[in-house]
Design a protein around this ligand. Structure first.
Ligand code: SAM
Ligand code: SF4
Ligand code: F3S
Length: 436
């Protein structure tokens, strides 16, 4: 049978899609690039903001239309079914199966049931789901995700993730390390360790801590680069900060979402730190590793955010000078405390703030990318660039995308590239001595 997976969410969602694809290819199913060519379409959903939900509904409508024209099994997985449960099945009669993130290991059973003409769903919260599936890849890859934990116990007041992904649970370090060793044997050079809050890895278990895990991954032969997402500022330990600059394979990049620069808003968000504490952590990171690139997430238009609060956010952005910033307008989500808070910010005001913030950040990123002009950077070559067949693409250790001309044999190798031009989202470079 042929299957198609549409991935709509974050890196964990993307990795869950990879795991589902590997479950299906292991039993001889073939992955296709278009839903039109598929016998099974799986929509792996995200619920983090209303827009993600709308995107799902519109896409699901299209797939429902396709099902009227051909024989098709339609499955919905990920965070939306976990939140909506039976309502989703009621609302979308053409959906054959629905699985929450903790139940994706039951995919084959779900498909078999659908083939027999019955609907299948599993929304249990404590299933091993994505933790127990070790993906196998059909094509060679340079970098790979590795799940180290699932769920989240933080309950930031705006966030649906703890409801969609359940309580925090860490994966055995032995399992994690075995998987990384196997990936290294298959030629993977970079691993990205995944968890909603990696600093609480194994916090309630008798197993190694996150910095100890990093140390062990650093010792795996063949692995050249290590990254991780995400670290929560309140739990960013001194021990983890010291890993930067000390473990040679740990890339000089951290994604450290701050969400707001206003202490009043941070408290309403239940984030557990102040602006000053966040800035202290940034200082400590830069002291331990002066080259470190810092990226973050932030939310504008949170209930009660006044002009002064937004100014505090702008001040933080200008002070830290992030390499990159992912910014969003607050979106009220089901079950969350923030969706019940008074003093909503009018939509137009929130979008205006987002625009102001993004303009300032765009300039900062551009300036940072231009600062690289004339410099030589170490690039792990990932593949052909998206824009041009003739170009290769890769990233610096600080996570800057570099495009340059070169032969395909370089994929998987680390090369020195001289940056010739910095743009808003990437830089262009040349490999010295290489001419087309
Ligand atoms: N665990 C990670 C963390 O703590 O940063 C990732 C959380 S979420 C998948 C990614 C980002 O989405 C968050 O950092 C936050 O900026 C944003 N986000 C989450 N809930 C939101 C909401 N209700 N409205 C707008 N943005 C939201
Ligand atoms: Fe959501 Fe906060 Fe957990 Fe991140 S740490 S997933 S923002 S609740
Ligand atoms: Fe990820 Fe979206 Fe779920 S951001 S954890 S897929 S709600």
């Amino acid at each position: 049978m042929k299957f198609f997976i549409e991935t709509m969410g974050c890196q964990m969602n993307e990795h869950d899609s990879e795991k589902m694809a590997s479950l299906l290819t292991q039993i001889g199913f073939e992955e296709v690039k278009e839903p039109n060519d598929a016998d099974i379409v799986i929509i792996n959903t995200c619920s983090v903001r209303k827009k993600a939900e709308e995107k799902f509904l519109s896409y699901a409508g299209r797939i429902g239309g396709l099902k009227k024209r051909k024989k098709l099994i339609v499955g919905v997985t990920g965070c939306i079914p976990q939140i909506e449960r039976e309502n989703l099945l009621e609302r979308l009669p053409y959906v054959d199966f629905a699985l929450g993130p903790s139940s994706i290991h039951r995919l084959i059973e779900a498909i078999e049931t659908a083939k027999a003409g019955q609907r299948f769903f599993d929304f249990s919260e404590d299933g091993e789901g994505s933790l127990c599936i070790r993906p196998t890849y059909t094509s060679k890859r340079v970098k790979a995700f590795v799940t180290i934990m699932k769920g989240c116990d933080n309950f930031c007041s705006y966030c649906i993730v703890p409801y969609a992904r359940g309580r925090e649970k860490s994966r055995d370090s032995k399992e994690v390390l075995d998987e990384i060793r196997r990936l290294a044997e298959e030629g993977v050079k970079e691993v990205i360790l995944l968890g909603q809050n990696v600093n609480s890895y194994n916090k309630n278990r008798d197993d190694i801590s996150f910095p100890e895990l990093l140390e062990k991954v650093n010792d795996v032969d063949g692995i050249e680069r290590i990254r991780f997402v995400t670290s929560h500022p309140k739990d960013l330990s001194e021990e983890l900060i010291r890993c930067f600059g000390r473990l040679e394979k740990l890339c000089e990049h951290i994604h450290l979402p701050f969400q707001s620069g206003s202490n009043k808003i941070l408290q309403l968000m239940n984030r557990g730190y102040t602006k000053e504490e966040y800035l202290e952590k940034i200082d400590a990171l830069r002291k331990a590793c002066p080259k470190i690139a810092i990226t973050a997430d932030c939310i504008v238009g949170f209930p009660g955010e006044e002009d002064e609060d937004f100014e505090e956010t702008m001040d933080l952005v200008k002070r830290v000078r992030f390499q990159n910033l992912f910014s969003f307008v607050f979106s009220p989500r089901k079950y969350t405390l923030a969706s019940t808070l008074p003093n909503p910010v009018p939509k137009e005001k929130a979008y205006l703030r987002l625009h102001v913030l993004q303009e300032v950040q765009r300039k900062i990123t551009l300036e940072k990318n231009r600062e690289l002009e004339g410099k030589k950077v170490e690039v792990l070559v990932e593949g052909k660039s998206k824009r041009s067949e003739l170009e290769l693409t890769g990233r610096t250790r600080t996570n800057v995308v570099v495009n340059f001309q070169g032969p395909l044999e370089l994929v998987g190798r680390t090369v020195e590239v001289k940056v010739i031009k910095g743009y808003a989202n990437s830089v262009r470079g040349v490999i010295e001595g290489y001419q087309k």
